[in-house]
Design a protein around this ligand. Structure first.
Ligand SMILES: CC(C)(COP(=O)(O)OP(=O)(O)OC[C@H]1O[C@@H](n2cnc3c(N)ncnc32)[C@H](O)[C@@H]1OP(=O)(O)O)[C@@H](O)C(=O)NCCC(=O)NCCS
Length: 326
């Protein structure tokens, strides 16, 4: 059977590190509050003028190098981001140019923090349908470009970064075993950036009104996240016929350690199987899962044959899961 198999991973983080102690000097917060409520100790912050493709391009290049392929073999680049360089052209096109994937189609996907799971699901569908053979999926975000550093409820949570994977059509047992996506558009107000789109265009008058800041109902989102994470995992188990004990590594979207552990408890997954890097990179939105995959590979947590479960949730609200055999 043809499966989409991840054959290379990569990441790229900005140089600047902002610790919780740095944030203490910028707003009314404490290192202790942030660590206890979220598990975050630090985050990376892009330089002024650094766009999503400046992080995503190098991450993709590393994944391509790790895969050992010629960029001209790439059929498609999917860039998952909520903070593209421009409203158009798509950041995927900028990345296509950077990595020299001259034969690849390229487009962006925006499903907020579930973006990478949506992108990988789409890539899997193309491969299953026999349309494409080699696809690069990039998750890249410069979320800090959209943060108001005076709003402590959201400013402490996010960070910038990029991760990428190369998937290729292969015959055999290794690769993606199941995919599942969900959405509840009625809960869109739980996490929203109202300004800058077509509804609330940028005007001189509205710049200071707060319409361009991320608005979040944290505790409500927390409760929803635990439930939809659980559903995403259950869907993956049902689709594959695997049991919770078969999972070797669970790589969740890195939004909050408490949400992740609450979801793991709910589904009966031991904490030692959960992969976390939120302490180092914070919530990097669509980049969170591919950065974590690359870290897990580098640290030897994922090996050939490992059963890996990815699960995400985010604004929309959206959620999803992917089970794969590495
Ligand atoms: C945001 C979140 C960490 C807040 O944790 P919480 O336990 O729900 O905390 P609350 O919102 O109840 O706030 C508790 C108190 O801390 C305060 N507080 C909020 N942010 C703070 C900060 N950065 N530093 C210090 N205190 C803060 C609040 O003002 C509140 O004070 P009060 O009790 O005097 O009113 C948590 O709700 C969360 O993680 N939600 C999901 C967010 C998320 O994952 N978003 C991304 C989705 S992809």
């Amino acid at each position: 059977m043809v499966r989409a198999r991840i054959i290379g991973t990569g990441q790229h983080l900005p140089e600047k590190v902002l610790t919780n102690l740095d944030l203490e000097k910028m707003m009314d917060t404490t290192d202790e509050w942030i660590r206890q409520r979220t598990g975050i100790k630090q985050r990376y912050v892009a330089a002024n003028g650094q766009g999503a493709s400046d992080l995503g391009g190098p991450a993709a290049a590393r994944a391509i190098e790790a895969a050992g392929i010629d960029p001209k073999e790439i059929d498609l680049i999917i860039c998952c981001t909520t903070t593209p360089d421009y409203l158009f052209p798509a950041s995927a096109c900028l990345i296509q140019h950077q990595v020299g994937a001259t034969k690849a189609a390229a487009y962006d996907v925006n499903a907020a923090c579930s973006g990478f799971v949506c992108g990988l699901t789409t890539a899997n569908a193309y491969i299953q349908a026999g349309i494409y053979k080699t696809i690069v999926i990039v998750g890249t975000e410069v979320v800090t470009s959209r943060l108001n550093w005076k709003k402590r409820d959201t400013a402490v949570l996010f960070g910038d970064g990029a991760g990428a994977v190369v998937v290729r059509a292969e015959n055999g047992d290794h690769g993606i075993l199941s995919t599942f996506l969900g959405a509840d558009g009625g809960s869109g107000d739980l996490l929203i950036l109202p300004g800058g789109g077509s509804r609330n265009v940028v005007t001189k008058e509205n710049v200071d009104t707060g319409v361009h800041d991320i608005s979040m109902k944290g505790p409500e989102l927390f409760k929803k996240a635990v439930v939809v994470f659980g559903e995403a995992v259950q869907q993956a188990l049902t689709a594959t016929g695997l049991a919770i004990n078969d999972i070797d590594v669970f790589i969740p979207h890195q939004a909050n350690t408490r949400i992740i552990y609450a979801a793991a408890d709910r589904i009966g997954l031991p904490q030692e199987k959960v992969f976390l890097n939120i302490d180092r990179v914070a919530n990097t939105t669509a980049a969170s899962i591919p950065i974590a995959i690359d870290d897990a590979v580098t640290q030897g947590r994922i090996r050939s044959g490992s059963i890996v479960l990815l699960a995400a949730f985010g604004a929309g609200i959206t959620w999803g899961s992917i089970m794969l055999r590495w």
